[in-house]
Design a protein around this ligand. Structure first.
Ligand SMILES: [Fe+2]
Length: 170
């Protein structure tokens, strides 16, 4: 069954989730301090159509290139920065996502996402190795992810598929 939610809906949900985190609505789910060595996540909301996660990203923990199986996705960066490497058919295309930025993932979107140091002059006071926080929504809720590698011939090769309801890969 196709999802009833579309990327625009997911962008709005991640925005609302980010506002909820800032408002303290999810304080009961959030640790006093975010882990600084491992990526961390908690589910903010779930129903039959969508799940919404808060993710804390740390240096040197990428996701590997992955898709989101049959789910649309979206994210809003809450604080800090991320770099996304998306497979664009013949190469990986890089973009930086900073606090306040949003991104939507269509079906078939293959990307790797990594923590990135905050931009010099960032309006938000954070140290250079603070975790990046982002809110992600997936619809229908995640059930699987496939992982990929780029071959020497600049093609994409699927390396494995895993059943999972956890966000953004390993
Ligand atoms: Fe992803």
């Amino acid at each position: 069954m196709p999802t009833r939610l579309r990327p625009a809906d997911l962008l709005r949900l991640t925005d609302e989730g980010a506002n909820g985190v800032l408002d303290g609505r999810f304080d009961h789910l959030i640790p006093e301090a975010f882990p600084t060595v491992e990526r961390w996540s908690t589910r903010l909301y779930a129903d039959d159509d969508v799940d919404v996660w808060l993710i804390s990203w740390v240096p040197e923990r990428n996701t590997e290139l992955h898709d989101h199986a049959g789910s649309f996705g979206a994210l809003t960066v809450l604080s800090g920065s991320l770099t996304e490497y998306r497979w664009a058919g013949e190469e990986l295309v890089e973009r930086q996502l900073d606090a306040g930025d949003q991104a939507a993932f269509q079906l078939g979107w293959v990307h790797d996402v990594v923590w990135t140091p905050p931009q010099p002059g960032s309006k938000i006071e954070i140290s250079s190795d603070s975790p990046t926080l982002s809110v992600h929504a997936y619809s229908p809720p995640l059930t699987a992810m496939s992982y990929y590698e780029v071959t020497d011939n600049n093609t994409l090769r699927r390396t494995r598929t895993e059943l999972t309801d956890q966000p953004e890969g390993v």
